[in-house]
Write a protein that binds this ligand. Structure first.
Ligand SMILES: [Zn+2]
Length: 586
């Protein structure tokens, strides 16, 4: 069941001013019935991006990006569907109606909203305290000493927790919150032996940890005085805050990250602030030194390239490889940035500017390559024996490379370092025991498809639109051929949807988990994404365009010129049809 009623999503779509929404990202000029501008999704000099104000659709004739208002916000701000709906509702002042909730769910939601409000008030209080109290002078000096200016500190809502025992608790109680709520929000705790009730954070610089929409869930708190222990104290895991899911700065970074197509991950709060201050506003931090699969998921939803600038000595090798695997499954590239000896990102950009950091990005390596380099750097490569040992260590790493190109690259690199012929390395690899990835349940693991590559994402979205459009949708669904779909899973999903159109979730084939998951995903998308006839028409034309382009690549390889000419003219007419949907006067 979807979270918001179809009616309220329709009202939201009605309320959106598409030209204003898109116009905030790129200048639009009216040409006939449509508006043209430079595409916000790819670099270009002449405008190939257009907006249809009436049907509220966008389409780029250059890169093929297209969709409706909600899709536009998802892409430009790095949000999921629900978050994009909520953001738009806030902007256009539309009240969203929830689907009927069961009373228990409603109570949970109300409690969550109350706790969020409580944490928000504490955030405001800490901010005021940092800038207005005499007590916070030391904290202000520390932050200034790190080169951080008031503007960026205010933007991140950095604050200061007073040293008194119960200022926040007392204030929250005065505002009508119970002790139980204050403790549940992670702001206060009971004393040892159960007596007393006092603020958790005292005499500390407070870094608010927010979700992608900017709602504060918890805090990272740094001691100001050297005798204070521990140096860093975080909100403990609670109803709102989960360490493994948190990315510090994601609320402020996601827009720029989506736009630049990359997101930078560092370790420290002040690193994030320093990088934002010099214009690298696509930067976030993980809590701790290793990246969790949940964080990788969130990162991969935000941008196509993820750069990790973490302290390599401390982040576990295993954790790093796991993160790389999770990223690969989501079609995202994970790269490791090596910091110069003894320099953290904040020092680097403060001393030498943003360029010094962007230069490092240019020489970032894949996680595998990075780990192989580290093994080799720590080995004795002078003696044959040392080289043998080093090879034994890197062998399983090379074996995990799953693309032939990567494997070949690594083989050459290792051969070069170990002073061996590449063929020797290849042969030695073949004789290596296959360390096939095993799942804990003993089944051979199966790589899910790269879920987020653009083509398959668009295909899924189109199938979902068909499901949500009743009879018209069913007609379009029948027109989707094998050649329109980029994977077998999607073809089987389409077959299932055609034969179970009225109730696709009944009788899901259980034998193949990938197909079952794809069907479920498409139906859930359909539930969320009420579509329109013009959107359906545009979506189908895009499937056509991608099919033709795939076939053109094929025909190009075989030197089949007749076929190529045919496809060129087909492509031209599909482009014209798209132009027509987008409101071009014929
Ligand atoms: Zn484009």
């Amino acid at each position: 069941m979807s979270l918001y009623t179809k009616d309220s999503i329709d009202r939201l779509k009605d309320a959106v001013d598409m030209v204003e929404l898109v116009g905030a990202r790129t200048d639009l000029r009216r040409v006939g019935n449509r508006f043209n501008g430079l595409c916000p999704f790819h670099e270009e000099r002449t405008p190939s991006f257009s907006v249809n104000a009436e049907h509220k659709l966008f389409h780029c004739f250059g890169c093929g990006a297209s969709g409706d208002a909600i899709g536009f916000v998802q892409e430009t701000e790095g949000l999921d569907f629900r978050q994009a709906v909520e953001a738009l509702a806030e902007r256009y002042n539309v009240e969203l109606k929830r689907e009927q909730e069961d009373p228990a769910a409603e109570r949970r939601r109300e409690r969550r909203e109350r706790l969020l409000k409580l944490v928000q008030r504490a955030t405001d209080y800490y901010v005021r305290y940092l800038w207005e109290s005499g007590e916070a002078k030391l904290a202000r000096e520390y932050l200034a000493g790190r080169g951080l200016e008031e503007e960026v500190l205010r933007q991140f809502r950095v604050g200061y927790a007073p040293s008194a025992w119960d200022k926040v608790t007392v204030k929250a109680q005065r505002d009508g919150f119970t002790r139980e709520e204050i403790a549940a929000a992670g702001l206060a705790q009971r004393g040892r032996g159960g007596s007393g009730f006092y603020d958790r954070f005292r005499a500390r610089i407070m870094f608010p940890l927010a979700d992608p929409r900017g709602r504060v869930l918890g805090f990272g708190a740094r001691a100001v005085r050297s005798e204070q222990q521990p140096k860093y104290l975080n909100t403990s895991e609670n109803e709102l805050y989960h360490k493994g899911r948190q990315l510090f700065g994601i609320d402020l970074a996601r827009g720029q990250a989506a736009k630049r197509g990359r997101i930078l991950v560092v370790e420290g709060y002040t690193d994030v602030l320093a990088l934002h201050q010099v214009g690298l506003t696509e930067t976030v931090a993980v809590m701790g030194t290793s990246v969790t699969p949940e964080q990788v998921t969130l990162l991969s939803q935000t941008a196509g390239s993820v750069f990790l600038a973490l302290d390599a000595d401390r982040s576990g090798q295993e954790a790093m490889l796991r993160a790389a695997r999770v990223a690969a499954e989501r079609g995202v590239e994970l790269r490791v940035v090596e910091m110069p000896e003894g320099n953290d990102p904040a020092e680097l950009v403060t001393e030498r500017g943003a360029e010094a950091f962007t230069e490092l990005l240019g020489s970032a390596s894949s996680v595998l390559e990075f780990q192989i380099r580290r093994v080799l750097a720590d080995s004795d490569l002078q003696s044959p024996r040392g080289r043998d040992t080093a090879f034994e260590e890197v062998r399983p790493l090379i074996a995990t490379a799953d693309s032939p190109a990567t494997r070949d690259h690594l083989v050459r690199y290792v051969a070069d370092k170990l002073d061996l012929a590449p063929d020797v390395v290849t042969i030695a690899l073949q004789s290596a025991p296959r360390t096939a990835p095993q799942r804990p349940d003993g089944q051979l693991s199966r790589r899910p498809e790269r879920l987020l590559d653009n083509a398959s994402r668009a295909e899924r979205a189109f199938l979902a639109m068909c499901i949500s459009q009743g009879e018209t949708g069913r007609e379009y669904l029948r027109r989707v051929t094998d050649a329109h779909l980029s994977s077998e899973a999607l073809r089987l999903t389409r077959d299932h949807l055609v034969s179970h159109f009225a109730n696709p979730l009944a009788e899901i084939p259980g034998a193949d988990p990938v197909i079952a998951a794809t069907i479920t995903e498409v139906v859930m998308l359909a539930d969320e994404e009420p579509s329109s006839e013009p959107a359906l028409r545009l979506g189908f034309l895009q499937l056509e365009l991608r099919r033709i382009e795939r076939e053109l690549r094929h025909a190009g390889q075989g030197d089949d010129f007749d076929r190529q000419r045919e496809l060129w003219s087909e492509r031209e007419s599909v482009r014209q049809a798209i132009g027509h949907v987008m409101g071009e006067t014929p």
